[in-house]
Design a protein around this ligand. Structure first.
Ligand SMILES: [Zn+2]
Length: 240
């Protein structure tokens, strides 16, 4: 299979993401990228079952109320946390681990990986990997680069692949990036982009209204037969 068009689309998507850090990759760039042996970049899972994965990033402020709600609902998520937050709040990470969440890397400092030297990138990734292993006892092979950025002055994708990682992007988004964005438009975005296999981006933090939106959306989407799984579960039986 000729991957060149897909790679070009992905890079094009990356430059759009640069323009606005948290905008989801455009539809035609949201394809999974296979490097011939395994998966290198993933935006969605299988389309033939109603499984979807909710991912939550960052954690600059510990959002216990969001965790309380997800625990009450029994929704397991995949979280991408910068290593420096993991080092700062191990108990918070332990709580998520005990809730069955999948704890994954979001780099260490949250700087954009392709703007760091290869050595700096590798240091960020290894440092965070070891922090995750110290807390959970296992390491994850999933990483979400800060800002969804895989393209910049320094190559990132080949490094991630060599270190055994799959990069996880997204194709749906809880949003809330503007204080003035009404809940209705966040919900509308989720419904408009919903499809089986969705990887959904969201963030910790009260100001993004993540909990308020999910309190409405999760029961409704479950009523349609959608099941929340972790990203690893979503992609375990995914084939080329
Ligand atoms: Zn982030």
């Amino acid at each position: 299979m000729n991957l060149r068009p897909i790679v070009l689309l992905l890079l094009w998507g990356g430059s759009l993401i640069a323009a606005r850090e948290n905008t989801p990759p455009p539809e035609d760039a949201g394809q999974n990228l296979w490097d011939g042996e395994g998966l290198s970049v993933i935006c969605h899972g299988r389309r033939d079952s109603r499984k979807i994965a909710l991912t939550i990033d960052d954690g600059w402020v510990p959002d216990e109320e969001l965790l309380d709600f997800l625990e009450e609902q029994g929704v397991r998520c995949t979280v991408f946390i910068p290593g420096k937050i993991i080092a700062m709040r191990p108990e918070w990470i332990r709580r998520m681990d005990s809730m069955g969440f999948e704890i994954c890397s979001h780099g260490y400092s949250h700087r954009l990986l392709p703007f760091l030297t290869a050595e700096e990138q590798e240091r960020e990734i290894r440092r965070t990997e070891s922090l995750i292993r110290d807390i959970t006892g296992t390491s994850s092979n999933l990483i979400r680069p800060s800002g969804g950025r895989l393209k910049g002055p320094e190559p990132t994708l080949p490094l991630l692949r060599d270190l055994g990682y799959t990069a996880v992007l997204w194709e749906n988004d809880v949003r809330g990036y503007s204080k003035h964005e009404p809940l209705d438009s966040q919900l509308e975005w989720l419904w408009d982009h919903l499809q089986p296999g969705n990887i959904i981006l969201s963030h910790f933090g009260e100001s993004l209204h993540t909990r308020q939106v999910l309190e409405i959306w999760i029961p409704q989407v479950r009523a349609l037969g959608y099941e929340f799984v972790t990203v690893s579960e979503l992609i375990e039986d995914l084939d080329n």
